[in-house]
Design a binder for this molecule. Sequence first.
Ligand code: 13P
Length: 251
Amino acid sequence: MERRPLIAGNWKMHLNVADSVSLAAAVAAGSRDLGDRDVMIAPAFTALAAVAEVLKGSSVFLAAQNVAWEREGAYTGEISPAMLMDVGASMAIIGHSERRHIFGEDNEMVNRRLLGALNSGLVPILCVGETLDEREEGETFKVLEQQVCEGLEGVPGDRLPSLVLAYEPVWAIGTGKTASREQAQEAHSFIRDVLADLYEKNLAGQVRILYGGSVKPENVDALMAEPDIDGALVGGAALKAESFDRIMHFS
Ligand code: 13P
């Protein structure tokens, strides 16, 4: 099953509008020669509209870093799928470990966000991943299975191929500690098996599963060589045009 690689930059809570616009312009220029892979960037909400302008005419996808489940209403501080699409976003990161661990989002809330995005036509990127304690206690697979199953509750099989998953071990995020290619491949292959059990093998084989956690120019080629690693969700190294450019051009 051929899956088109996706290299995604999560800018987190960094960059003002002007700096976001110049980084996005560099990403758009650098991605022009890439015909065999997709590129996505997720700026802060405040920069989405300006970045959308810069990306016009390029093939770079624009994503939000989170999304509400309702279309509108009394949800102070939230941004709806329709609002995101209105400013030009087509994808949304959902259930990032920082949302789960710093802001207390649980699988049920992640699932609501995911269904809201999917039903509005935004492509969700569902993030899953274990903490260091969970890994050391031998609970990695249990945690991943629960996050995938509860996160995807109510998603019909025919929608599965339009979803993206991201495996981001919490202990590898922003720490400089990358999962080894073997550890990442093992988790990705497990997640694909969970999808095959929940749906069917053919559908599971179409879902792109990204790896995130200290992806750098130095380790991207090895990670991308693994059969179940279909892309990268990049934090720190996505904030510099040069390093993200090298990551987009993984070989
Ligand atoms: P780092 O690449 O900085 O480790 O962040 C990964 C991440 O959380 C991407 O969503």
